[in-house]
Design a protein around this ligand. Structure first.
Ligand code: AMP
Ligand code: MN
Ligand code: MN
Ligand code: MN
Length: 292
């Protein structure tokens, strides 16, 4: 995506998955590929797990790139799935990890439900093959889609989703529902900066964002491969009108079926400054709350 940025500015990618959730790259691979792509800073934003953060930080210290700890949480509002990113979370917090375990347990139960539903339509996925890709608590529909392609039941990942895994298809099972306010409060409680992910897929309305801001939202993912230039501009305007920061990233899931390679959209380092300001701002606010 061309986004009228000055040449020579430092580039970043604030939305990347590792193989601890539904990405294919290890955290070390993510760091190496990001460095090779010439990025200055990246964020690890796995679904419902923070396991990829420490290995990425360790490797980043060796190769010299800034890694921001993050997470991506799924929630639902009026039947629409909405994703919220959390940056600079204190991922070691026990309460936070216990909350994530609830989501991971739910993923595990859902995976067995999906396996059964696939068996009912004559598709028998080998459990070993499924769970060799990721720990059971991180299992996502992406892992099912990869198996379905491997088995020849679908031509592509998108085909596997359309044939079996999306709502209305035979193996669709809903995820655990949490409300956006629960995700926002989880992220804020551990000092994180909460950002609405890819608003095009859900939540991209001004009134809704305004409501989320009152509940602890700090920013909007303005730059994403699913946003064309006009959409990015629209979300940039909305965010600035609402006093929300802008972020951006590729939502890269790594490896071979990859459509959005790491660093494949132009995002400027100044957005990291915005994130850091938001983090400092929330710390000051929390201190004031503690004093009163
Ligand atoms: P889950 O969290 O198990 O519901 O899986 C959702 C994940 O599947 C998202 O994070 C995307 O990585 C991926 N995904 C969702 N819809 C599609 C689709 N139509 N085609 C390919 N990947 C998809
Ligand atoms: Mn994903
Ligand atoms: Mn998402
Ligand atoms: Mn994502």
């Amino acid at each position: 995506m061309e986004l009228f940025r000055p040449l020579m500015s430092k580039k970043i990618d604030l939305h990347i998955h590792t193989n601890y959730s539904d990405g294919t790259y290890t955290p070390e691979d993510v760091v190496r590929v990001s460095k090779d792509a010439g990025l200055s800073a990246i964020a690890i934003t796995d679904h419902d797990t923070t396991e990829g953060i420490v290995p990425a930080l360790k490797h980043a210290a060796k190769v010299g790139i800034e890694v921001i700890p993050g997470i991506e949480l799924s929630c639902e509002y009026n039947e629409v799935e909405i994703h919220i990113l959390g940056y600079y979370i204190n991922w070691e917090n026990n309460w936070f990890q216990e909350k994530l375990k609830v989501f991971q347990k739910a993923r595990e139960r859902r995976a067995f439900h999906i396996l059964n539903k696939l068996r009912n339509v004559g598709v028998d996925i080998d459990e070993q093959m499924l769970f060799s890709q990721a720990s059971v608590g991180a299992i996502s529909r992406v892992h099912f889609a990869r198996c379905l392609v491997e088995m020849g039941e679908a031509e592509t990942m998108a085909d596997a989703f359309q044939k079996y895994l999306v709502e209305g298809r035979p193996a669709f099972v809903k995820k655990l529902r949490i409300l956006p306010e629960e995700a926002l409060s989880m992220i804020n409680r551990v000092g994180g900066v909460a950002v609405l992910a890819h608003p095009i897929f859900g939540g991209g309305h001004k009134l809704f964002m305004k409501r989320l801001k009152r509940l602890g939202l700090a920013g909007v993912e303005v730059y994403h491969p699913s946003h064309n230039t006009q959409l990015s501009e629209k979300y940039l305007n909305m965010s600035s009108e609402l006093g929300l920061i802008a972020t951006g990233g590729t939502d890269s899931h790594g490896g071979k079926e990859e459509e959005n390679p790491i660093g494949s959209i132009e995002v400027d380092y100044e957005l990291v400054d915005g994130l850091k300001n938001a983090k400092n701002h929330s710390e000051i606010k929390n201190r004031i709350i503690l004093i009163h």
